[in-house]
Design a protein around this ligand. Structure first.
Ligand code: G16
Length: 542
């Protein structure tokens, strides 16, 4: 039986860079989740009897939200609702299941790398049938619906036992609770040479994988310690906790500091790696050398052919605009496609579907390929492992050789988190206003070759996305980029991306912040960061 109740819209249910993200307390308001999920349902046509994949990163409020999604999806007429046991599905595993099961779509409950627990963040994201995040035209339609939604429809049924593998009936829908790891692991076995990686571990190769008490624990334990024979204890913080153990599950040098310190110590393992809340980001650190996400993308693109899943070569690479141009040089050398898209994994979907690119990546610690339509943290770690197993060189050797071949992009992101929105908006408006006059201007040795607000024309569906970040491009190839984060939940986060290309190998050994010092100083002056935000230093440097 379907129960219908009336509702009134909530303000501000606009999906950001990656779905709707808010404080848990906001989502806990009666009807808040329900309104958003109903708005998703109201935008879907042809769901009768179709399959919906549902899962999340195990954070606080995951289970409650899943029960609401199940009742609403059943009322919508979905025939099969596939849920990961315990409500767990990493974002890439959800993407894989949507594709494998030819599902209509999926709902992923996660606020990714944002902190969890009752005081933390929660999020809901809708993925379409290709397994990827809904494109802007879909998220715009969902947002429009949230402003008019007036009725909520639920199948009248008790809660589903999420911890027991098996099937239950909820109205006309069969709810299948499945092992969240098995299908994902099977996919990884098709891409990588597990025997070769097993031999690497057997030869004494040491690794630490920090799952940050988030979703990748079960996946990493099964694959690294199980299938690949890495010693027990290789995976740390491997049990998903509703509050991520009180930590910020963001695999960067600030929030994974302990891992970084270990990698820089005398007793460092050969590889240190981490993933985030929902398992789509990755951090790669070799002995004494941390690999920037932009460099990691370039190295993976240059070496992917060593893995069996990419032995035929890759068709192209896509990177988000703020990501350094390191991958562009690999694409140029290989004579393959290169695309520059706005920030947000959703912009890669069409390029991957059309076969124009095989590998994608972002400066925000995301890398992935056409195996799914999300970025994939563990996939990136396994590709690195497979390359290390094939080359039998250290991470540092591989990266230094890469720089010697292609040149080095010194790259850093400075985040000014939780600043007042008015100041952040005024800063961006000021920059936009200054753009026309910037061209040709000199700042010391730096000359502005071009300055614009990035716009993207999707070559596949012809859509246009404007105002995607202010770019100041210098004559020597250096760049300063400014944008406001679309994933924060409090105030505004200003991101400043600083990029300098250095071809000469004799100059490749500098400290990154030193190599960028003049650009960093200019980034603050030019935008009036202290004046607009009251901050003289960034809160996070990656
Ligand atoms: C999401 C998006 C990424 C984006 C990142 C940061 O990642 O999927 O494409 O690069 O946010 O976005 P912003 O700079 O707007 O905060 P995740 O891992 O949070 O889902």
């Amino acid at each position: 039986m379907i129960n219908t109740v009336s509702t009134t819209p909530f303000e501000g249910q606009k999906p950001g860079t990656s779905g709707l993200r808010k404080k848990v307390s906001v989502f806990q308001q009666p009807r808040y989740v329900d309104n958003f999920v109903q708005s998703i349902m109201d935008c879907l046509d042809g769901t009768e009897g179709a399959t919906l994949v549902v899962g999340g990163d195990g954070r606080f409020f995951n289970r409650e939200a899943i029960q609401i999604v199940i009742r609403m999806a059943a009322a919508k007429g979905f025939g099969r609702i596939v849920v990961g046991r315990g409500g767990i599905l990493s974002t890439p595993a959800a993407s894989n299941l949507i594709r494998k099961l030819k599902a209509f779509g999926g709902i992923v409950l996660s606020a990714s790398h944002n902190p969890g627990g009752p005081e933390g963040d929660f999020g809901i994201k809708y993925n379409v049938g290709n397994g990827g995040p809904a494109p802007e035209k879909v998220t715009d339609a969902i947002y429009a619906r949230t402003q008019t939604v007036d009725r909520l429809a639920y199948e009248d049924a008790p809660d589903v036992d999420l911890d027991r593998i098996g099937e239950t009936q909820v109205g006309g829908a069969t709810v299948a609770v499945i092992d969240p790891v098995a299908d994902y692991q099977a996919l990884m076995e098709t891409l990588f040479d597990f025997d070769r990686i097993r031999a690497l571990f057997a030869s004494g190769f040491r690794m630490r994988f920090d799952a940050m008490s988030a979703v990748t624990g079960p996946y990493a334990k099964a694959i690294l310690e199980g299938a690949l024979g890495a010693p027990a204890g290789t995976v740390v913080n491997g049990t998903p906790l509703p509050d991520f153990g009180g930590h910020h599950p963001d695999p960067n040098l600030v929030h994974a500091k302990e891992l970084y310190d270990l990698a820089m110590s005398a007793d460092a393992p050969d590889l240190c790696a981490a993933s985030d809340g929902d398992g789509d980001r990755n951090l790669i650190i070799g002995k004494g050398l941390s690999v920037t996400p932009s460099d990691s993308l370039a190295v993976l693109a240059a070496n992917a052919h060593l893995a069996k899943g990419y032995a035929q070569g890759i068709s192209g690479v896509a990177r988000s605009m703020p990501t350094s141009a390191a991958a562009d040089r690999v694409a140029a050398a290989k004579g393959i496609n290169i695309f520059e898209t706005p920030t947000g994994w959703k912009f890669f979907g069409n390029l991957l579907d059309a076969g124009l690119v095989t590998i994608c990546g972002e400066e925000s610690a995301g890398t992935g390929s056409n195996h799914v339509r999300e970025k994939d943290g563990l996939w990136a770690v396994l590709l690195w492992l497979d390359i290390l197993a094939a080359r039998r060189e250290s991470v540092a050797q591989i990266v230094r050789e890469h720089w010697a071949t292609y040149g080095r992009n010194y790259y850093s992101r400075h985040d000014y988190e939780e600043v007042a929105s008015e100041g952040a908006n005024a800063l961006m408006a000021g920059l936009r206003g200054a753009l026309p006059a910037l061209k040709g201007k000199r700042f010391g040795a730096l000359e502005v070759a071009n300055a614009d607000d990035f716009a993207y024309h999707d070559p596949v569906d012809g859509s246009d996305s404007k105002n995607q970040g202010v770019r100041i491009l210098f004559a020597d190839g250096s760049r300063l980029i400014y944008r406001l984060s679309g994933t924060g939940t409090a105030g505004a986060t200003l991101r400043v991306y600083i990029d300098r290309y250095v071809a000469d190998p004799a100059q490749h050994g500098l400290d990154t912040q030193d190599a960028l010092a003049d650009l960093i100083a200019l980034s603050r002056d030019l935008a009036g960061i202290a004046r607009h935000t009251g901050r003289t230093e960034p809160s996070v440097i990656t």
